[in-house]
Design a protein around this ligand. Sequence first.
Ligand SMILES: CC(=O)N[C@H](C=O)[C@@H](O)[C@H](O)[C@H](O)CO
Ligand SMILES: CC(=O)C(=O)O
Length: 307
Amino acid sequence: MFQEVTFSFREINFSVIGQYVDYLVEEQGVKNIFVNGTTGEGLSLSISERRRVAEEWVTKGRNKLDQIVIHVGALSLKESQELAQHAAEIGADGIAVIAPFFLKPWNKDVLINFLKEVAAAAPALPFYYYHIPALTGVKIRAEEVLGGIQEKIPTFQGLKFSDTDLLDFGQCVDQNRQRQFAFLFGVDEQLLSALVMGATGAVGSTYNYLGKKTNQMLEAFERKDFSSALNHQFCIQRFINFVVKLGFGVSQTKAIMTLVSGIPMGPPRLPLQKASREFTDNAEAKLRSLDFLSFNDLKDGNLGACS
Ligand SMILES: CC(=O)N[C@H](C=O)[C@@H](O)[C@H](O)[C@H](O)CO
Ligand SMILES: CC(=O)C(=O)O
């Protein structure tokens, strides 16, 4: 019997994860990974697929990555707990959970009760709340969720904040200054503003291919060279603004990642649709004009270049 070698590209290609780790570390300077989140289509995968993806990242990332946080949010509390326990068993560094988004928690206390039950399934793992109201439809302000959360969830470690409300984000930081929480910001085009507000890190889709560029911005911010930091942020914004106008989401991220890294990320899974050829061509031209592609052959006359 021979293994069937033609596989449907709607199946996960586990074999590229090792290469992906090396690419992120070596080419993008990214050493902390958030697995099975929005970009990884975690909520479109089966539980057994999510377990395997997590295992693959932990195995391939060993001694190469600093931290691997596994997103274990699900509509079913039981599944979420199973994934949390699994993350602990395989040696992940933390777990993150979004708000359940079909039957929704209607207030902060109910949301915390849900999160608490998941966190309790992995009592030794740092726990992060993943706030992404535009996708979950759960609009309870993060600042409210954080109030008193450590008393309910002893493993609470921080927040991944994927929203543009900088009042809410700023208040999360301001009201928890005495605690050693991680405030991870998730709107890549606004990261500099969030750093000013006290963000301690960032998790985002564009760091897959603009990690190096973003690290330059972080370094400029660290040394208080705000004008360079702003230049870097504006460069990143020029790209994101361009693709947002073309229609930008998880499918498009995969197409850009394939283009920039050379690693076949494959198409997304339904209900998402593969990015169009037109999108990819336009994105490629923009990346080249901004000097975001390392195999750039536009050496001269590149006025819009960002480096
Ligand atoms: C909705 C979504 O996918 N958000 C990502 C992280 O949470 C971001 O990294 C965005 O993709 C990025 O900021 C571009 O808008
Ligand atoms: C980008 C991001 O934060 C996620 O994939 O969840």
